[in-house]
Design a protein around this ligand. Structure first.
Ligand SMILES: [Fe+2]
Ligand SMILES: [Fe+2]
Length: 290
């Protein structure tokens, strides 16, 4: 079984916006896009990454949020078109990021326009989301919420941790192995306070009882990994980053007594002909008892 992780494409273009309609956090987000993000995150890079990702023939593409910049309906529509180009809702599993749920009204539009990718036939607006791929249960959490100016924290709103515990208990009873998707770094001390998951300690306590095989997150815009017991936690660089756009290919084989895994990290390089390509920059293999 092949999974691909990509995250934080920040794909929307804010040119042509009526600036008088932007207030508060959206105004500061627009200024940040205009001054910095617009130069760092390029549609051309993302386009090449998507071509490379499609050629990998993954069973499931895992997308951990921040598709857009400031949570406007027009951006959410742009991202819906991009999602359809990336793959079907059967192939692509999405959880939202803080730039998707950026301001009041963003969540309703995201839930409406990206419904199938987020909830896949489940209850709209309800997290965690569960998808089963054979003996692997993919669980999506939403850590995205509207935050004050200059803050990018996340939170698992009430009910998600309880429901997650129930899902993990059921998976253990069914001998399903779990894999978690969340936008924010999931454990304490993984991000500075301004960007952290505010109830990471509570999530940590749940995951200690039912450790997953893999956790994928975004938000940090860097390639990073951490081993936590038998689990591996992966963050992947922003999918449109001009300097280090990346995706991860995870091949998982059921070897009876254990899972055999191989992770290949592919990052952007510019060839001598000026063309962008994605090449392997890290490969690892490991196995985990079932
Ligand atoms: Fe991001
Ligand atoms: Fe983020």
């Amino acid at each position: 079984m092949r999974l691909i992780h990509l995250t934080d494409p920040h794909l929307s273009n804010l040119d042509g916006l009526k600036l008088s309609t932007l207030v508060g956090k959206r105004w500061s987000g627009y200024v940040s896009w205009r001054k910095n993000r617009q130069k760092k995150y390029l549609p051309g890079v993302l386009e090449k990454l998507c071509v490379a990702v499609k050629a990998e023939k993954a069973d499931q593409i895992l997308l951990t949020g921040d598709l857009i910049q400031i949570g406007l309906r027009s951006e959410i529509d742009q991202a819906a078109e991009w999602l359809a180009g990336l793959g079907s809702a059967e192939q692509v599993m999405l959880v939202p990021g803080n730039h998707d749920i950026y301001a009041r009204g963003s969540a309703a539009a995201v839930n409406e326009c990206w419904t199938e990718y987020l909830f896949h036939g489940g209850l709209r607006g309800h997290y965690p989301v569960l998808r089963k791929l054979g003996k692997l249960s993919l669980i999506g959490l939403s850590s995205a919420c509207v935050t004050p100016l200059f803050m990018a924290t996340g939170k698992l709103e009430s009910g998600q941790l309880e429901e997650l515990t129930r899902l993990l208990e059921a998976a253990a009873a069914e001998q399903q192995t779990t894999c978690l998707l969340i936008h924010h770094p999931p454990l304490p001390q993984m991000a500075e306070w301004r960007k952290a998951l505010t109830n990471a300690a509570a999530l940590h306590a749940v995951l200690e009882r039912f450790p997953p095989l893999l956790i994928f997150h975004g938000h940090l815009h860097h390639n990073r990994e951490q081993q936590w017991g038998n689990a591996r936690i992966f963050c992947t660089a922003a999918a449109s980053s001009v300097s280090d756009a990346s995706y991860r290919v995870i091949d998982i084989e059921d070897a009876g007594e254990c899972w055999v895994l191989r992770m290949t990290l592919k990052s952007v390089v510019r060839g001598s002909d000026g063309e962008l390509a994605f090449v392997s920059v890290d490969e690892q293999g490991w196995s985990v008892p079932r």
